[in-house]
Structures are given as C-alpha cells and as structure tokens.
Design a protein around this ligand. Structure first.
Ligand code: F6P
Length: 546
C-alpha cells in the first residue's frame, strides 16, 4: 500500500494549504452568501455545520480525492463485512453488528453472528426487567437499589458517559455508580452509603484479567461478604460482563450471571454490547435499544451516503486537513450540554487509543502525524478555563461545538443563555477582532494615546480559528446513539486514511508489565532489579515514607 503522503491527492493538498493558508474565513463568508448551505448537512434532526472551517470547495474536492486514493470505500466495506481488519490481533471489528437493527446476517468465518447478538440482548432484557421490577432479590430478599459498575477504560468510560448523558431517563429507584481506579479512594467513596443487601456489582472486563478491575472486584466481594457472611450471597449480588467465561468462573461468579460479548468487540467500541448493561439498568432496555437504533441509522448513512454528503467521512477529512496540513496537535470537544460532561474523556480513549499509532498496517514507521490530543469540557465552563488559549494563543485548535435545541428542564433563561454562548464562541473564533475594531471600541470608551495602542494590540483576536457545530433537537437515547456512532466512524475514517490499525492498543502494555515487576519488588517477592536512577530514587523514597 502506498503511503498516504506519497499519493497525488496528499501532495496536492500540501500545495493547496500553502495557497489558502492566509485566506481568512471572514472573507470566505463575505464572498459567498451560500457558504452555510454549501457546507452544512442535516441527518435526522441533527444539523452538522462545517462551514466555519478553513476550507473551500477545492479543499473538499482534494480531501475527497485523498479518501478515494486511500481506498476508504473498500475499507468501510471490509469492516461491515467482518474482515479481520484488526490485523495485529487477527480479529474482525464488528461493533456495528451489535446495533444491526435490520438483523441482516453478518458472517464471521462463514457463521452469522446475529443469533448470538440477539440471544445476549434478550438475556439482558430479561435481567434488566427482573431488576427494575424488583423481582431480582438480594441475599436477604430485598430488591436492588444500587448498581456498581466495576471496570476501566472501555469497560467504564462508555457506560459512565451514557448514564450521565441520559440522566433525565434514569430512575432514583435504581442508582448506577462507577468505580474504575485502583486507587482505593474510588471504591471507598462509592461504597460509603451503600447497603450491601441492596447493591448489585457488575464486573465488566473483556479479558477479566485487568489488574484494576480484578482488585476492585475482589475488595467489593470482601465488603459484601463481611456483611453477608455467606459465600452464596455472591450469586445474588455479582454479575459479570466478559468474553472470558473461565476467568469469570474462577473469580466465583456463576456463569449463569455472566453476559457474554466477543473478541470482535473492541473495548472502546463496546458500550453497545453487554458492556452497556449498566446503561440498560439505568434507563431500561427499550431506551437502550433506541440508542442502538440511533447508532444503526448512522451506520447506514456511513455505508451508503456518497462521501461528499457523508458526515463521518467529512468529520474525518476535515480533521486530517488540520492534523496533516496545518500541523495542529490537538482537537477540542466542547459540548454545550452538561449531560455530555464525560464525552471528552470518552472520546479521549475512543480517538487516542485508536489512532495513537506510529506504525502502519505494513509495519512501517509513519512519517506523518496521526491522532491528535483530544481534550474538552462542557461549555460554558471551558470558556472560563482554556478558551483564552483557543482564542489568542499561538496554537491552532480545531474543535467541535455540540448543543441541544431543547433542554430537559426548562429552567428560566438558562438554556437560552447557554445557546447564546454556543453560537457566540464559534463566531468569535472564526471572526476574531481586528486591531482597528479593537481600537475603535477603546476610543469609544475614551482611551487615548499610548495606552490605546497597547490595549488595542492586546485586544486583537486573529480569528480564522476553525470549528464544527452539531445542533440536535434534544439529547434522547436515539440522538446520543447517533452522536457516538458519528465519532466512532470519524475515528475509523482517519485510521483508514493514515493506514494504521485503529483497533489494537499495544502502547498500553509496557507500563502494565513494568508495574507488575515493581509490585513484586515492593512486596518483597522479587529481588530488586536495576531501574534507571530516577525510578530507583522514587522507589526508595516511597519505601522510607510508607
Ligand atoms: O489498557 C487498555 C485496555 O485494554 C482498553 O483497551 C480496555 O478498554 C481496558 O484496558 C479494559 O480492559 P478489560 O475490559 O479487558 O478489563
């Protein structure tokens, strides 16, 4: 496979970037009254506005050429077909099967995966109904009031983000909590105030070997048994979500209480599987399935829509335009929707674990930039924290603004104020403020002389800072499903163009290996090994302090 940066479209984009680098979006808007119509798309009740980008029709044409020259269409088809596109682990990548609401057969090694997908969905439904209708009883006969999801990474961030996002659809009768960090403070804080007789622990781990999750699960079991005294209580208070039945049984969880998923579901793409059980417990199975439907609609759009009207393809290409041609390093996710508080952290794993790679599919070191640093915070909080750098700093930071037209609560003018900020920030980033405008404002305030010159310089905003805006009607389960799927496919598009494997995560292994060795050293189970002097110094200091 030719490296993407050696393709004609890439070379043309390098030249094109030089040509348009000094073009200001203010002028592009002024020259073309149709710019918004040209560079925005509707999908259901979603509006995707990408007109505030440093693009012209020619830019898009070249980016679409790049998509074609990197065989993006074939790569999309290969994923949906169940090819083993995760080549290092020799696995298919079929999270799309989990929300295949058309129930079309998807063959993996000649066998349709859909009957298994549907079987687990039915098992989830039966269990969720039992718990939510209080038929599932704890070891002393009481119904469950609290669910604790113990998992980390993909076994935590997705369900945590969705449960928070869909809070208006949850019931106070069944509270869902999340524990991920091996730091005891995380588990202790959640257990405080919980009643072991009415608490259900959901241990979520694809491998069922992850150190943090297993340590938390063990301590949660000790906590339960210190109250219940009878090991039989575990069967009423522990369920497992995993691909590893053997390890689940070894831990002591009855495999009847295990909800399976499969090696073709990547951790960070797993919230659609049984990993989403805590979501379904929080909002009910029907709403969980509505979320699957929202994602399925986007899957259909992604597979079938021509690239020039394909939202995830455009999201991916616009990101590449900045990463590889403007050499930006980061990307901000800015939900003007408090319920999406955890979306930036969720997408940090989704994007950075997927595309944080420097070796391509042929095993060659890449000589172009891959995934950006993802960060963000809900608006308006971010405005009072890091937006200063976005408006006037030396870095160019492309970003996504997201907002719902309707709020869930309708409290006074809150929502309108929020939306005015959602509209103002992308406008300010795009337009900026010229020196002359700043000066005129100051003169109107009576500032004169040297002070005027100084202040006008400090108050000048270059503008020309790009953003996308997503506006949807209301954050419902279906809308959220669509939104997540849009980002999943954006990440896919970028990985495909960069010719990297977006579906392994070898980079997290080295730290895990070293921590195991150090843990054995700390426990005196292993002779001290030779570390660098910094690690040895820290270790010795820790021993003196502990
Ligand atoms: O360490 C990274 C990782 O493997 C993630 O990809 C994954 O989501 C997380 O750990 C948790 O893994 P598991 O579900 O197997 O416990």
């Amino acid at each position: 496979m030719t490296r993407p940066n050696q393709l004609p479209a890439w070379q043309a984009l390098v030249q094109h970037q030089r040509d348009v680098a000094d073009v200001h979006m203010r002028d592009l808007f002024a020259q073309d009254p149709q710019r918004f119509e040209k560079f925005s798309l509707c999908f259901g009740d979603f509006l995707f506005d990408y007109s505030k980008n440093r693009i012209t029709g020619e830019t898009l044409g070249l980016l679409l050429d790049l998509a074609r020259q990197t065989q993006l269409a074939d790569k999309i088809a290969a994923m949906f077909r169940g090819d083993r596109i995760n080549v290092t682990e020799s696995r298919a990548v079929l999270h799309v099967a989990l929300r295949n609401r058309a129930n079309r057969p998807i063959l993996l090694d000649g066998e349709d995966v859909m009957p298994e997908v549907n079987r687990v969905l039915a098992k989830m439904r039966a269990f969720v109904e039992q718990v939510r209708s209080c038929q599932w009883r704890g070891c002393t006969g009481k119904p469950m009031t609290d669910v604790v999801n113990i998992g980390i990474g993909g076994s935590d961030l997705g369900p945590r983000m969705v449960v928070q996002a869909l809070t208006p659809y949850t019931t106070p009768a069944l509270r869902v909590h999340f524990v991920s960090n091996v730091d005891e403070a995380d588990l202790m804080q959640v257990l405080q105030g919980l009643d072991p007789e009415t608490t259900l622990f959901s241990i979520v781990s694809k491998t069922f070997t992850t150190q943090e999750t297993m340590t938390n699960a063990q301590s949660a079991r000790d906590w339960l048994l210190s109250h219940a005294k009878d090991p039989a209580a575990v069967a009423r208070h522990f369920i497992a979500i995993s691909t590893n039945a053997k390890k689940v049984a070894e831990f002591g969880i009855d495999t009847k209480n295990m909800f399976e998923f499969w090696d073709w579901v990547g951790g960070r793409y797993s919230l659609w599987s049984a990993v989403g059980l805590s979501i379904a417990l929080a909002i009910g199975m029907t709403r969980f399935e509505a979320m699957l439907t929202g994602a399925f609609r986007v899957d259909e759009h992604f597979r079938n829509e021509p690239f020039e009207r394909n939202i995830p393809v455009l999201m991916g290409l616009i990101g590449i335009w900045y990463d590889n041609f403007f050499h930006t390093d980061s990307y901000a996710i800015l939900p003007y929707d408090q319920h999406l508080e955890f979306l930036p952290s969720y997408l940090q794993q989704g994007d950075m674990e997927s595309n944080g790679k420097t070796v391509d599919l042929e095993g060659r070191r890449v000589d172009y930039t891959t995934g950006p640093i993802i960060f963000g915070q809900p608006g308006t909080n971010g405005q009072h924290a890091f937006y200063q750098l976005m408006h006037q700093g030396s870095e160019l930071i492309p970003c996504d603004f997201l907002a719902a037209a309707k709020s869930h609560h309708g409290l006074g003018r809150h929502h309108e104020i929020l939306i005015s900020n959602f509209l103002a920030q992308p406008e300010a980033l795009m337009r900026g403020k010229t020196y002359e405008e700043a000066k005129a404002e100051l003169m109107a305030e009576g500032v004169t002389g040297e002070r005027l010159e100084e202040l006008a310089a400090a108050k000048t905003f270059t503008g020309n800072r790009p953003s996308n805006s997503f506006l949807y009607k209301k954050l419902t389960p279906e809308t959220l499903g669509s939104l997540i799927a849009l980002y999943e496919h954006k990440i896919f598009v970028q990985g495909a163009i960069w010719n990297i494997n977006s579906f392994d995560q070898m980079g997290v292994e080295l730290g895990k290996q070293l921590a195991k060795t150090i843990l054995a050293e700390l426990a005196g189970e292993q002779e001290a090994i030779i570390h660098d002097s910094s690690t040895t110094g820290l270790l010795e200091h820790y021993k003196r302090l502990r």
